[in-house]
Design a protein around this ligand. Structure first.
Ligand SMILES: NC(=O)C1=CN([C@@H]2O[C@H](COP(=O)(O)OP(=O)(O)OC[C@H]3O[C@@H](n4cnc5c(N)ncnc54)[C@H](O)[C@@H]3O)[C@@H](O)[C@H]2O)C=CC1
Ligand SMILES: O=C(CO)COP(=O)(O)O
Length: 320
């Protein structure tokens, strides 16, 4: 709806014929954005091949568990010049690969790729409320093309060239939002919330450094920005999952009640796998995963965090 509002002829593809018809004809998405009017020029279709074959730019917005199959499905219909961007946050489940690695493998060399990320609740974007995101690509011109399409009177799109850092921030903030949600669900207070956000950022930074990434990406919209939004904003599904767990609900009940994708359920495993591979301790992410897998209760998780040994805030060399 943002792209259509910016007068780009835009087609959204979906699998569900009823939802697609509602978007195309009534300019509403009753299942996911009830009551939010969509741009009238936005078209919707269930025909993926036709939608892709007519597009100069592709923006993938499926959940991470559907990213690989969606790229396989669109690849044969892609126009040779059409670059591929995505707003999906997470890793490929099972392999733990970054999504740009998946895209490179499926689409082959020479296809412009970009990550769109940052603090952006879909509902607020659809409502036209001011939002800032960042678009990262190895191809500077493509990052600019995608950013130009998104940028408008109430939507700022910055650019960068660190796809790995941008993806890491977007994926990890979902796991860390569960931690602050749990803390708030247990009524542990505002000090605890701020401590968790900041030490969570430290986990992002340390993993990013271990992967050879650049700290500045995570100090910007892709990291800190999205971390603050998702850890504090009740529109976040990941935060709401944490709130429910902190109040004593089970994972199954909480996910069913939310009724939308909650990326942290998958991403927690992949973050820990990455951390283990690099010999890193990521205590907050580890506890979130343990609570999500119902191996420990939120209260046990809290006790474990508070019992950790005292240490310097920044181990030597974090930013070197
Ligand atoms: N909702 C938000 O505010 C934001 C979401 N994201 C990311 O965007 C991705 C999608 O999230 P949402 O749209 O919010 O999730 P959602 O749960 O609201 O909607 C998921 C959509 O994907 C479709 N879908 C699921 N599996 C599919 C498959 N195999 N093939 C095709 N379509 C499939 C569903 O039918 C549904 O339309 C996630 O990675 C999320 O982290 C990123 C920024 C903001
Ligand atoms: O990524 C998001 C906002 O930037 C949406 O967060 P949730 O998936 O937690 O709702």
């Amino acid at each position: 709806t943002l792209l259509a509002r910016h007068e780009y002829p835009t087609v959204i593809w979906g699998r569900n014929a009823e939802q697609v018809a509602a978007i195309d004809q009534r300019h509403e998405n009753p299942r996911y954005l009830p009551g939010v009017p969509l741009t009238e020029s936005l078209r919707a279709t269930t025909d993926l091949a036709a939608a892709v074959a007519s597009a100069d730019l592709l923006l993938v917005v499926t959940p991470s568990h559907a990213f690989t199959e969606t790229l396989h499905a669109l690849a044969p219909h892609r126009r040779a010049h059409a670059g591929v961007a995505w707003a999906t946050k997470g890793f490929e489940p099972g392999s733990g690969r970054f999504l740009h690695e998946v895209a490179e493998e499926i689409l082959g060399p020479g296809v412009p790729l970009a990550v769109v990320t940052g603090p952006s609740f879909a509902k607020e974007v659809a409502q036209g409320l001011p939002t800032a995101v960042t678009v990262h690509s190895d191809d500077e011109q493509f990052a600019q093309t995608v950013a130009n399409a998104l940028h408008g009177p109430a939507f700022r799109a910055y650019t960068g060239n660190d796809m790995m850092g941008a993806e890491l921030g977007g994926a990890m903030k979902n796991v860390l939002a569960v931690a602050t949600g749990i803390s708030d669900g247990m009524a542990l207070g505002l000090n605890a919330r701020a401590g968790l956000i900041t030490r969570g950022l430290n986990e992002m930074l340390r993993l990013n450094v271990a992967l050879g990434g650049r700290a500045e990406t995570l100090m910007g919209l892709a990291g800190l920005g999205d971390l603050v939004l998702t850890c504090t904003g009740d529109l976040s599904r990941n935060r709401r999952l944490g709130l429910a767990l902190g109040r004593g609900q089970s994972l199954g009940e909480a996910v069913a009640e939310i009724g939308q994708v909650v990326e942290s359920v998958q991403t927690g495993d992949e973050v820990m796998r990455l951390g283990d591979r690099h010999g890193l301790e990521l205590p907050i992410s580890a506890l979130v995963r343990a609570v999500l897998h119902e191996k420990i209760t939120p209260r046990e998780g809290l006790q474990r965090l508070l019992a950790r040994e005292q240490k310097p805030e920044y181990p030597d060399g974090l930013f070197e």
